[in-house]
Design a protein around this ligand. Sequence first.
Ligand code: SAH
Length: 346
Amino acid sequence: MYDIRSMDRTEISELMQSLGEPRFRADQLWRWTADGARSFGEMTNLPAPLREKLSACCRLTPPEVLAKQVSRDGTVKLLWGLYDGASVESVVMRYRHGSTVCISTQVGCRMGCAFCASTRGGRVRDLTPGEILDEVQCSERESGEKISNIVLMGIGEPLDNFENVIKFLRLVGAEEGAGIGMRHISLSTCGPEGGIERLAELDLQLTLSVSLHAPDDETRSRLMPVNRTGGGVKELIRRCSEYRKKTGRRVSYEYLLADGVNDSDAQAEALASLLAGSDGHVNLIPLNHVDGSMLEPSPPERVARFKSILERRGVNVTVRRKMGADIDAACGQLRRRRSAEERTEG
Ligand code: SAH
């Protein structure tokens, strides 16, 4: 079976050629698939026998909505059921300058970060490029919001599903489809070995966001096992400055604040020293509490103080606005809750 939503224009042309179809038919089919067609039946400008042939050799299975939560601030959280029974989440956030969708790249995650709900059950499988694209186009459809920006910050580690994510990035830019360009996309990574380097080679104009979360190896390794194989914090910053040099794009650092773990004055000073000389931007994220975790969010005064220390040291810093606080908007929570319910029901 061909996974038709994962195919680009060239691959669609080759498929149609192998079916003995003329070129204009390939163009018609591509326009349908790029635009997010949900079945071959709706491709009414293709002859019925061709549509049948295509359904026999291609999979076109848009995800179904398993759960939908709408927050008072307009944030919409969607739990998608995939063709094989797996599920992932997307979140649509409404901002003044347009809507952003936060999408997943894997079913589960194998990075093992201590604070994260998505990694609890490990990694089930990678999402295909078409499934990631479905998240964008189906979220737009379900939320009724025109989506102009994408953040790859949902379930999964994008650089652990490298090829599929890169193909998705190219598909989502297609003008016959979503038409969202690299400058409107952010990719968030915990920095697995070799990933940032591979991405730098491609020289894409997307925004790289790196989950740093601690200024020293002891703390970071405790929170994020990937730190032990990625070469440590200093090496991570060096890899990011290489990325900056190669692509000309500023790197952004995510730093979640957990009470008594990584939020002291000394750690703020250490973070400022670590980033001295880089023009990276720091985004402070108040921790979202996850059931069963010992980690608690830092109190607002701590967040403010941590921020002011960084500012005094000349670091470019912002605090992430909390969206969807009244729903399960922290990633992985909805999927986790759902599978816990299924376990108790079963
Ligand atoms: N695997 C990628 C992208 C997915 S996580 C990465 O590590 O960056 C997206 C962001 O959410 C990361 O910065 C991650 O560290 C953060 N995050 C995960 N769990 C969180 C929680 N409970 N509270 C706050 N931020 C969290």
